[in-house]
Write a protein that binds this ligand. Sequence first.
Ligand code: ADP
Ligand code: MG
Length: 484
Amino acid sequence: MSLIQGNTGDWEVVIGLEVHAQVVSKAKLFSGASTQFGAEPNGQVSFVDAGFPGMLPVINRFCVEQAVRTGLGLKAQINLTSVFDRKNYFYPDLPCGYQISQYSQPIVGRGELLLDLPDGVIRRIGITRLHLEMDAGKSLHDQHPQKTYVDLNRSGVALMEIVSEPDLRSSEEAGAYMRKLRTILRYLGTCDGNMEEGSLRCDANISVRRPGAPFGTRCEIKNLNSIRFVQQAIDYEARRQIEVIEDGGTIDQETRLWDTGKGVTRTMRSKEEAHDYRYFPDPDLLPLDLDPAWVDQIKADLPELPDEKKDRFMHDYKLPAYDAGVLVQERPRADFFEAVAKGRDGKLSANWVMGDLFGALNKVGLDVEQSPVSATALGGLVDLIADNTISGRIAKEVFEEMFATGQPAADIVEAKGLKQVTDIGAIEAAIASVLDKNPDKVAEYHGGKEKLFGFFVGQVMKATQGKANPTMVNDLLKATLTGR
Ligand code: ADP
Ligand code: MG
């Protein structure tokens, strides 16, 4: 358990996250206007999105399907009947004066998300619900010294609000939750998970308590748009609450903002209650009834998700949980690994993909899709190691050349004469010459200085330009030394 030390003893932080995930859809939730990112301000606004009187919303079937897919991906209850409500509040970028959302009857109910923690522990985090709602527009405060502008392009874009149970117990767990949720959304293709563009935003609810005590009063930190900010805001806010309580104060339930510049949370407003919004069913929209056969079909068409892929990698390719976990984090990486590992040694393939390849890609800032070494080419290198054509050490050199030039491994090995020496005679000759040159060391070795064995191996490898098969060098060297 990760506890925070205060002046008067230990504290536990309790966190529940509300994540807004923008649905990958060409059109908005209730209109046919485009959702393309980066368009001219107010260039993608229909009369519905602008809140013109008398305009009627029409539900986008594709968005509903993405919400169902996401719910199924979170192993959640799909509610065959759900209801759209109006959530009433004033904001300059909300032209209707209400947001169409779902309140008491959301489209998706309880589900779960599994966290793979660094210590290998798997924690189950409850999902409370997922509902569909429309996004608001955007107020632009930095375009004019006296005026604020409004851009309604975002108005009406479909969002899935995914609410977790207060099951998270540290900022690290909250970060792991965000990463896992993003992975699942990307596997499903229902949200691009791009936090910089605002397609994934997080409100963090935070409270502190003595270990085992009832939950404390929470504060909600709004609109965190990176995983780093989520974690920093939680760490800061937990400390703040502990200090307030330890100084004899109490926590007021409120909505706060994360100030990225100063690294502090600040009061935004006191917490609004659900009844403040005067929720009521939107009279322009019928309850949403789903055909169970349609839901079953969506379920049958789901792709393999990260948890299942991880289990399969561990089973089929005999990978340790850690390797499998890293590889499945992004689907293109998992696919690349699988293309290398099919019909080859799984662990050896994983080592090359995760170690040398990811390392090299990372250094030059490329994704696996842009890798100068294809999966087939890397597979070719793994084959040369497996059939003893080259040693693992030489393979590193070959890999660097492949990465730089895009040439196949076999060509590089051929051109540079890097083939491993497995000829017993040649290796024995190299051993003999090394031992002949170092009679004093041989004597010391026999006198009990066994560490010198490593020195002899090094000399033999040097004499063969690193090409001798290391296992054979070891075995033959041992035999020769015993005989001398
Ligand atoms: P609201 O709709 O007012 O934001 P909810 O009951 O839907 O309230 O809860 C919102 C989020 O707050 C959920 O993610 C939930 O897990 C979390 N939460 C509820 N109680 C606590 C608490 N005591 N400490 C931390 N998080 C909490
Ligand atoms: Mg809330």
